[in-house]
Write a protein that binds this ligand. Structure first.
Ligand SMILES: NC(=O)c1ccc[n+]([C@@H]2O[C@H](COP(=O)([O-])OP(=O)(O)OC[C@H]3O[C@@H](n4cnc5c(N)ncnc54)[C@H](OP(=O)(O)O)[C@@H]3O)[C@@H](O)[C@H]2O)c1
Length: 330
């Protein structure tokens, strides 16, 4: 009897102290939920502020804000070409850099005729290593470069496991995706700092959000670009330079097979022209953005999902993209 009494007493004591633990836990839970809800509301608010409000007000004068010339690397196709055209439509003169002289001349003439701006071309293969940068520096010497767009990038032929990627491709990823952006900034930034104005846009990729299997080297190179841009923004914002890390998800360019299911889903995978139009309107407003509203929704999901879920989804998507690419080439 005495033992039951003491057990009952013990139970009452535990229940009383548990009550206050339960209340404390409930408070922590409520605080956590409130914080998360506020973050999600803020994220959606900035999505609207960034992607829809600028389209309602008049467009910023980029020439006045940054300078007369823009340099775009990888400017003859895809996002780079569309971005160059969008900047030209805003009155900027464009320097286009790519490997193929004929394509460069054709795109430069097209832009000059359509938008009545000046254009210049530089033929350079960013996979060639350091020797290409002195001629680029020389060619840009007398130009008041207001905007640098580090767009050039190489992708795998299709998602692959690391050992299946060729050594040449890996070397190109380092030289084209990482070295080119770093050295182009090194060439152009001193002039911008001297003039106390300028913008550097570096195109990363949604695959940098989290480690992405079957795109290991590519996604890691894009994570470098994202961190590089964000650190540069901290270093140079006070000197009047705007540095933007642009993180697109899929855009319907040559890197995805034209018949791919990705090209059929236009609101998720915009054309380069639509993408560039939206992305340029975020210039000067957001230091780190996907540049397109539906990509920003994908980015929000990517941020909040646990890594295992991202990896699981990436494996499924990349496996089906590989299958599709191999069946197209067969
Ligand atoms: N498309 C997407 O879904 C997507 C998604 C996320 C991020 N991105 C990034 O966005 C950027 C542009 O992609 P994109 O899809 O527009 O590419 P794209 O259509 O393949 O165009 C690539 C451009 O770069 C030039 N280029 C390629 N290799 C070069 C080299 N070694 N040296 C100099 N120029 C070179 C090409 O011109 P030439 O062949 O004439 O040299 C072309 O003008 C890349 O950095 C990519 O990683 C793309």
């Amino acid at each position: 009897m005495a033992a039951v009494d003491s057990f009952y007493l013990l139970y009452r004591e535990i229940a009383r102290s548990c009550n206050c633990y339960v209340e404390a836990l409930a408070l922590v839970g409520a605080w956590y939920t409130a914080r998360k809800s506020i973050t999600v509301i803020c994220d959606f608010y900035s999505l609207i502020r960034l992607h829809f409000v600028p389209r309602l007000v008049s467009r910023a004068d980029l020439v006045k804000q940054y300078g007369r010339w823009a340099v775009v690397s990888g400017a003859t196709d895809g996002i780079g070409k569309a971005y160059a055209e969008e900047l030209a439509s805003r009155g900027l003169n464009i320097v286009l850099i790519s490997r193929n002289q004929e394509k460069l001349q054709m795109v430069a003439k097209d832009i000059a005729d359509t938008y009545k701006v000046e254009t210049d071309i530089i033929v350079a293969d960013f996979s060639s290593g350091r020797e290409i940068y002195d001629p680029i520096r020389e060619a840009l010497r007398d130009k008041d470069i207001g905007i640098l767009v580090n767009n050039v990038g190489v992708f795998y032929p299709y998602p692959q496991y690391f050992t299946q990627v060729s050594e040449d491709k890996l070397w190109d990823i380092v030289n084209v995706n990482i070295a080119a952006a770093s050295l182009m900034v090194h060439i152009v930034l001193p002039g911008m700092v001297e003039r106390k104005k300028g913008a550097v846009v570096t195109i990363s990729s949604g695959s940098c959000c989290k480690p992405t299997p079957q795109l290991a080297a590519y996604s890691a190179s894009k994570a470098y670009l994202d961190h590089f841009s964000r650190a540069l923004q901290y270093e140079y914002a006070s000197k009047g330079i705007f540095v933007q890390s642009l993180i697109p998800f899929y855009v319907a360019t040559g890197v995805t097979a034209p018949g791919s299911f990705l090209h059929k889903c236009r609101w998720l995978v915009p054309s380069p022209k639509v993408y560039a139009h939206h992305a340029v309107s975020t210039l000067g407003i957001s230091k780190r953005t996907t540049g397109y509203w539906s990509h920003s929704i994908q980015f929000l999901f990517a941020q909040y999902m646990p890594e295992w879920l991202w990896v699981w989804g990436a494996n499924i998507l990349n496996r089906s993209l590989r299958k599709e690419a191999l069946s197209c080439s067969a």
